[in-house]
Design a protein around this ligand. Structure first.
Ligand SMILES: Cc1cc2nc3c(=O)[nH]c(=O)nc-3n(C[C@H](O)[C@H](O)[C@H](O)COP(=O)(O)OP(=O)(O)OC[C@H]3O[C@@H](n4cnc5c(N)ncnc54)[C@H](O)[C@@H]3O)c2cc1C
Length: 610
């Protein structure tokens, strides 16, 4: 089953995305306009991204002492993406956008992630500009955000520092007011920043005329000391090249210097940088210090940054899904063509018989079905979350609030589940290729390397687990978990009416009940030191429960459309769901066992014993 029919089925037959056109914001849209966007993205991804995926992996970005050099293919892919209008597709008509629902935007971007995840870094530019639309002043929006949406400039997110990754409260970049009158700068209160930012994606390149860094930094207190914790963090716009209020370059280079490029396992088409802010390499007005303009209020930087978090995490999850999907399609194709071995059973050892193609071996089918179950299930989850984002922004106040809370609970899963299981899918894709999968003659090893990033960035697996069990399932008196349980129960009730799926409906009911009981047991003593050591196994179990629910709901839609399962696509969906319930869902018992007993085997082992 190719990607486009899968996306069409999920969008239209399962999620009824056409219904979004009833909302005033999307009233000019129709199935035709949605399809036109998908067609365009599919075409650009096929023509400008996919053919160059290996090239950008082998021709890593390099610094020639002055500039970072990227292959011509990266420039061409960037130009094609900009020309498609997708950078601003979700924005208002007045600023050149299409007022496209986020659901369609997310689906359209999936094509690029599958074709070449690292050739473009548009997600960062969109996130950066979107944040400014939410928290910037009117002038910051027109000068910075609008020029990013048009593709003239690009954006970065500068949070991490060499010594502060997961623990952002420990960042040490400083921002001090830039002398007299600095608070009245029309572009925003003007500061000078000094510090080092590590791992900054697309931090330096020549793809665009300018790069707009969004930087977290601390404004020292009256005693000159940095305020400890997240409270002290503020957010600044730091352009690589200074600009005036008309959005024109002034000709002055800002004091932001490339300290080095990181050489990565995968995702090599995107530059990754260590940036020095304010070291004096490019003094402005004879002074060291990078010029930065405050966004929002002082000390509220992290809150502004987190505004974009749900969408950023859905984006990371979708990238993980699409890399998994790329491996699935590659290994499916390989399995259909590779002759090897003979069938099990009578006559199987007869070398006079012709060999079979490996897709005929049950174990290879198992590995294919696992990939399908992981990747198509996770794609459905990402699109479901995307619908919740639209609901949050355009639904009735009640529906919007429910969507907000559901997203709080589901986002850690949308980010982390595909990062783990679609990576496992990539490993299975390599396995299906045998020795060839371990070489660079086939694409699957690159998909695995590219995908390995997703458990690390945008909140590591450990941080996501702690967020889910330590915060999300508890917030607002556990209402998010209750809302999710209500939706799962609705699916169970509908499924029970299909006798062929009664076992699955029961299993999902038990899983839901088990996760609920384990949540209570983990917190029975109210002590985070006992509840949280097993936050990742909890998240794994929670994620498997969510995916089982999503699969069952998807299968109901498939059977609504094709009750006799005449279409092989329906047989595939039913098969993948069945696989998930039989081979995957039972795993949650083992994960939850250590959660509910608050097992401290890992936490208690003394360091010397390792
Ligand atoms: C290719 C790439 C691109 C990136 N792009 C960007 C970017 O554009 N902008 C940006 O700001 N950052 C970016 N990052 C940084 C990324 O977000 C960090 O690497 C990530 O947050 C982890 O921080 P760290 O590397 O310092 O690891 P650490 O925080 O040191 O974590 C190391 C390990 O310890 C665990 N750990 C840490 N603290 C805890 C805790 N409290 N409880 C339990 N376990 C814990 C982690 O889960 C992890 O397994 C990028 C990273 C990479 C590799």
């Amino acid at each position: 089953m190719a990607l486009r029919p899968t996306i069409d089925f999920l969008l239209y037959d399962w999620l009824h995305a056409e219904g979004l056109t009833q909302r005033p914001r999307f009233a000019d849209h129709s199935r035709e306009t949605f399809d036109a966007v998908l067609d365009t993205c599919e075409r650009i991804a096929r023509e400008k991204y996919a053919p160059f995926n290996r090239l950008v992996d082998t021709q890593e970005p390099h610094f020639d002492g002055e500039k970072v050099i990227l292959p011509q293919a990266t420039h061409d892919a960037h130009a094609a993406y900009v020309a498609s209008g997708l950078l601003s597709a979700a924005q208002d008509y007045e600023i050149g956008g299409m007022q496209l629902p986020y659901t369609l935007d997310a689906a359209a971007n999936a094509f690029f992630a599958m074709a070449s995840v690292s050739i473009g870094s548009n997600m960062l530019t969109r996130g950066n500009a979107g944040l400014l639309m939410a928290h910037g002043t009117a002038l910051q929006q027109t000068v910075f955000a609008h020029n990013e949406f048009s593709g003239r400039w690009s954006g970065t997110m500068c949070l991490s520092e060499p010594q502060a990754g997961s623990s952002l409260s420990d960042i040490a970049t400083r921002a001090v007011p830039d002398g007299q009158g600095s608070e009245d700068d029309p572009l925003g209160p003007r500061f000078r920043l000094t510090g080092n930012k590590m791992w900054i994606s697309s931090g330096e390149h020549e793809l665009t005329e300018n790069i707009i860094h969004l930087v977290l930094a601390k404004i020292p207190g009256p005693d000159g000391k940095l305020i400890p914790g997240t409270r002290g963090i503020s957010l600044f716009i730091v352009p690589k090249k200074l600009v005036n209020t008309d959005g024109q370059l002034t000709g002055v280079r800002n004091d932001v210097a490339l300290a080095g490029l990181n050489h990565k396992l995968g995702w090599r088409g995107t530059t990754n940088t260590l940036l020095n802010f304010g070291e004096g390499k490019y003094p402005v007005d004879g002074k060291a210090g990078a010029v930065g303009y405050l966004v929002g209020k002082p000390h509220e930087g992290l809150r502004c940054m987190f505004h974009m978090m749900n969408e950023a995490r859905i984006g990371v999850g979708t990238a993980a899904v699409m890399l998994g999907m790329a491996g699935y399609y590659a290994s499916l194709d390989y399995a259909k063509n590779r002759p090897q071995g003979r069938p099990m059973g009578a006559g199987g050892k007869d070398a006079a018989q012709p060999q079979v193609r490996i897709i005929e071996h049950a174990d290879v089918k198992r590995m294919l079905l696992a990939q399908k179950a992981y990747c198509e299930g996770a794609l459905a989850l990402e699109l479901y979350c995307a619908v919740l984002v639209d609901e949050q922004h355009t639904g009735t106040p009640e529906a919007a609030d429910e969507a907000r809370l559901l997203l709080e609970v589901l986002t850690p899963i949308a980010k982390s589940w595909p990062s783990e299981w679609c990576l496992e899918a990539n490993s299975l894709a390599i396995q299906i290729h045998g020795g060839y999968g371990y070489t660079r003659d086939f694409p699957v090893e690159q998909y695995w390397r590219d995908n390995r990033l997703n458990m690390i960035h945008e909140g590591t697996h450990g941080i996501q687990g702690a967020d889910l069990l330590g915060r999300k399932v508890l917030m607002e008196g556990g209402r998010g978990l209750q809302l999710l349980a209500a939706r799962i129960n609705t699916t169970i009730q509908r499924t029970i009416q299909q006798p062929a799926l009664a076992a699955e409906a029961n299993a999902l009911g038990k899983a839901l009940q088990h996760v609920g009981a384990a949540t209570k047991a983990a917190w029975a003593t109210g002590n985070p030191a006992e509840a949280l050591p097993n936050a990742v196994p909890y998240m794994q179990a929670f994620g498997h429960m969510v995916l089982a629910w999503v699969w069952l709901d998807v299968v109901l839609a498939a059977l609504d459309k094709d009750a006799t399962q005449a279409d092989p696509a329906t047989q595939g969906r039913v098969g993948a769901a069945r696989y998930f319930f039989r081979y995957e869902l039972p795993k949650i018992a083992a994960w939850l066992a250590v959660v509910e007993t608050r097992d401290t085997t890992c936490a208690d082992l003394p360091e010397e014993a390792f």
